[in-house]
Design a protein around this ligand. Structure first.
Ligand SMILES: Cc1cc2nc3c(=O)[nH]c(=O)nc-3n(C[C@H](O)[C@H](O)[C@H](O)COP(=O)(O)OP(=O)(O)OC[C@H]3O[C@@H](n4cnc5c(N)ncnc54)[C@H](O)[C@@H]3O)c2cc1C
Length: 494
């Protein structure tokens, strides 16, 4: 059966979903198609989670113009959607006197981008703000309002809120064919199980954007995959750091950062390596080692033994090295492509820009009376965990029931998981449960809770395919055991 739409959005990352929510305020028929069995399975799930200041990208680029415009919306957005956000501030720190002019040019660029919460500080203030910073560091650019968030939770929340406001989301439905039908002024768009006729098609497919655009025969642009690897340290390690710490930026980006996560882990990375062809999401010891050494340079209190996981994310870098947000020569096809960093931060502003393109094209945008900005969710456990390890382990032995502990490390009770199956967005994979509850994100990385999570999915829903779980994809990732063995072999001090 064919479904008539005003807008079909292709790709359910943070960009596609921000657009879906933004446009859901209007009386329009909107759908999103996503090729994976959950939302936020691309760059949106594996990145640094920083809500960037907006000083690093040149003021003449779209990246520069949209970063701060997005950042300014984060506090309200995350309040409305009930997802974690912490405006903890960020520091670009250096030990070199001759880096000062570079800091000043970042400050100047930030001001041109509209920022009013930037200043250069010296060693004393730096030490006061961030006692853990290496004593070698002498100057820093301090951005008070930069912050940290939970990108995949934001995307899930955007999806749920968009659904509440009438948007349809189709998972496991890659866009396979697209054709402009001039006689109808509509795109004919097909996925394996659905066919749509839509006035507008929005391409928000990240790394696949060039390929998806080629479906309508438009001249392609080129998207370069650029991978970045990370080390994630155990919960609690992040409590020692107050801000996001950056080195001086380089030609490949903002450099290796050390930052707390909203759940109190520390994240260390990413490096940047251009891939030939398809980007690999594996991790390797050589790159992680180099990341570690660079991070140690700015932060003396990192303990390598706290590592619990390594992972890799892949940036979609356009040849222009800027966001591509524009209507193609086929009127109605809009690309949101090349959305590399700071695409997460800029996502609310990217959505507004798409809205402006559609408005300028003449589509009547009539506001709904009943648009609901808020999404109700269970509070995220971002603070200290309520039970001791011993109590949590004891609760894991309780008989089947709402308060039985499913995940001991992150203290996720059975009722938290069963509650997921009443929500508007389907939960089909182990990974989906993990990203909504944190079951499997602790120090044992799901070894204990995985069978219990599968049991819950099979009881309340239906397990789609456990091969979509990151651990089952055949990726070669350096795990804690390999990392600790490497530390020992190389005599790395803690
Ligand atoms: C290593 C790294 C670090 C980063 N750090 C930060 C940061 O700290 N702060 C920040 O602001 N930004 C950061 N970014 C950038 C940010 O993560 C991205 O800009 C953002 O997630 C892009 O979102 P997206 O929706 O465009 O793409 P994606 O999240 O990749 O979503 C694209 C979606 O399209 C789907 N798709 C693909 N093909 C099809 C098809 N044919 N049919 C249907 N669906 C399809 C994919 O499955 C995917 O879900 C980082 C990125 C990386 C990789």
């Amino acid at each position: 059966m064919t479904r008539e739409l005003d807008i079909l959005i292709v790709g359910a990352g943070v960009v596609g979903l921000s657009i879906a929510r933004q446009m859901s305020r209007y009386n329009l028929r909107i759908a999103v198609v996503e090729k994976e069995p959950d939302v936020a399975m691309g760059a949106t799930k594996a990145n640094s989670a920083i809500v960037h200041g907006g000083y690093a990208e040149h003021h003449k680029t779209l990246k520069g113009q949209l970063c701060y415009a997005g950042r300014r919306q984060f506090a309200q957005l995350c309040r409305d959607l009930q997802v974690p956000f912490k405006p903890c501030g960020s520091l670009v720190a250096t030990e070199q006197e001759n880096d000062r002019p570079h800091l000043e040019s970042l400050l100047d660029n930030g001001r041109k981008n509209g920022l009013d919460d930037l200043e250069i500080i010296g060693q004393d203030q730096l030490r006061q703000l961030e006692p853990e910073i290496s004593p070698r560091m002498r100057y820093a650019l301090w951005c008070r309002g930069a912050g940290i968030c939970s990108p995949y939770e934001l995307a899930i929340a955007l999806a749920e809120n968009a659904i509440d406001n009438g948007v349809a989301i189709y998972l496991n439905q890659p866009l396979l064919a697209a054709e402009w039908q001039p006689e109808r002024h509509r795109f004919s768009l097909s996925t394996p199980d659905h066919h749509f006729l839509a006035r507008y098609a929005i391409n928000a497919t990240g790394l696949a954007a060039a390929e998806v655009r080629s479906l309508i025969g438009e001249p392609p642009y080129s998207i370069q995959p650029r991978s970045g690897q990370y080390l994630l340290m155990q919960r609690g390690s992040g409590d020692r750091l107050r801000q996001v710490l950056f080195p001086m930026p380089g030609p490949m980006g903002k450099g290796i950062l050390v930052a707390p996560t909203v759940y109190g882990n520390l994240i260390v990375g990413p490096d940047a390596l251009d891939a030939n062809g398809e980007a690999d999401r594996s991790t390797d010891l050589d790159r992680l080692n180099a990341i570690w050494l660079q991070a140690r340079h700015s932060n003396s209190a990192l303990d390598p033994k706290e590592m619990i996981r390594s992972f890799s994310g892949v940036r979609a870098v356009a040849t222009t090295d800027d966001f591509i947000i524009e209507m193609s020569s086929i009127r109605g096809w809009i690309d949101a492509a090349g959305i590399q960093s700071p695409g997460l931060t800029a996502s609310p502003a990217i959505a507004e820009r798409i809205e402006a393109i559609i408005r300028d094209d003449g589509l009547p945008l009539i506001k709904k009376d009943n648009w609901q900005p808020r999404r109700i969710a269970e509070a995220a456990m971002t603070g200290p965990l309520p039970y001791t390890m011993r109590d949590a382990a004891d609760r894991a032995t309780w008989p089947d029931g709402p308060e039985r502990m499913i995940c001991r490390c992150e203290q996720v009770e059975q009722q938290r998981i069963s509650g997921l199956f009443q929500r508007v967005l389907p939960v089909l994979t182990i990974d989906a449960v993990k990203r909504r509850t944190r079951a499997g994100m602790g120090i044992c990385q799901g070894q204990f809770c995985r069978p219990r999570v599968i049991e819950q999915i099979n009881r309340y829903g239906q397990l789609y395919d456990d091969k979509t779980d990151a651990e089952r994809l055949g990726l070669r990732r350096v795990d804690r055991t390999a990392w600790l063995a490497w530390l020992k072999e190389n005599d790395v001090p803690s």
